[in-house]
Design a protein around this ligand. Sequence first.
Ligand code: SF4
Ligand code: SF4
Length: 465
Amino acid sequence: MNPPVSKAREARLEFYRKKGKVHAKAVQGRFNGLRWAMVWLTQIVFYGACWLPWTTAAGRRQAILFDIVDEKLYLFDLVLWPQDALMLAFILILAATALFFTTAMAGRLFCGFACPQTVYTSIFVWIEGKVEGDHLARLRLDQSPMSARKLLIKSVKHGIWALVAAWTAITFVGYFTPIRELLPAIAGFQTGPWETFWLIFYATFTYLQAGLAREAVCQHMCPYSRFQGVMIDPDTANVSYDSRRGEPRGALRQSTNKGDCIDCGICVQVCPTGIDIRDGLQYQCINCGLCIDGCDEVMDRIGAPRGLIRFTSERELAGRPQAATARWRPRTLVYVGLLLVFTALGLWTLNERVLLRVEVHRDRGALMQESTAGRIENNYILKLINMEEAARHFRIGVSGLPGLRIEGTSEFMVGPGRVRTVTLTLSSPLEGMPSGVQPIVFETVALHDQSLAVREKSTFILPTH
Ligand code: SF4
Ligand code: SF4
């Protein structure tokens, strides 16, 4: 049971709780440092990776590019085609399993440190702090009537937000259209319709989500917060208040018979989602650990041990013994097993990948025809997909019927990362042949490397006797 709190103290706490926009107090500490390290890391990668050039046999290109027009995903030396959808499925399964694993181990760790919503909100709030001042100055400004000063300060803040949102949108689209081509196109108002749409959409989305909606997304919109409950258990380490140690809470001077919580409200003031962790585990908590930093600072000042708020499990908080193997329980072991299996499957698929695909289609125009030489001919359309970033020569052979051969050339050059469609005529002698639809095989081999070969089944139609 929490002790009664004085009216003045409660009013002070209410000032910071769920009353409109949250203006969290800045705090220093381990978790704040980690949070900003993640902001720097993710943003250096995001804003920087699209500028990396990459040189291949086919020339220079952007190292990471989702080329929608050519339906290819470039990741340094790796080029994924629509035919490699299985690889993308493995990557998605791995990401989902890693999220489940992290949640089972330490709750919404992803939300607190790596979620784009958290990262961009941190950046936008940092800008707000630089322009408007600390959390109290921001609160006062919000509550003050409109004036020329307020209008100027708000305009500067929103202007900087708009610039950051615009650059974020340009960077995002720069992963789909080479960024070195995109910038001049934007400068000359020559972007295509889909680029224009995504630039406007992504800039608006960033501005609204990180600048205006911010913690409301974590509090009310995030679906992950709603189903995290099924992914955690009593052994999951979450940011928690140790009420056995903290209660009864009260001011330091009040009594001797009280817990370590001095009811200063710092943990509420620093919380970016505006909740009071002392009320217990709440779905709005993003496990950012800022209340730990705030409370540790208070504990240092009053000479009490740190950790009144800490990452700990429900079992440990209840004073029940926690097995040394609690971290590696069946749930987490299953996730680790799945991570290993899908990583191995992904690597194996990547290793076994043949950089040549061939699609064989029968010419639907005519089933068969007889040549002047008395042979039966069937026509085919072959799609040769060269998935290497170098031009390759391929030789096509056929088998399955005695005397079956290709009329005309059977060697073709395909450009780097290109698809070439060729028309082939196959002919077969009539004498002594079976009748009707007969199975045949096309074998396509790269001249530079005989191991680069693909066999595709098809059929050859002969007259019925
Ligand atoms: S910061 Fe620590 S001491 Fe202060 S109210 Fe929160 S839990 Fe209590
Ligand atoms: S309660 Fe603590 S860990 Fe949870 S969101 Fe607030 S500051 Fe972060």
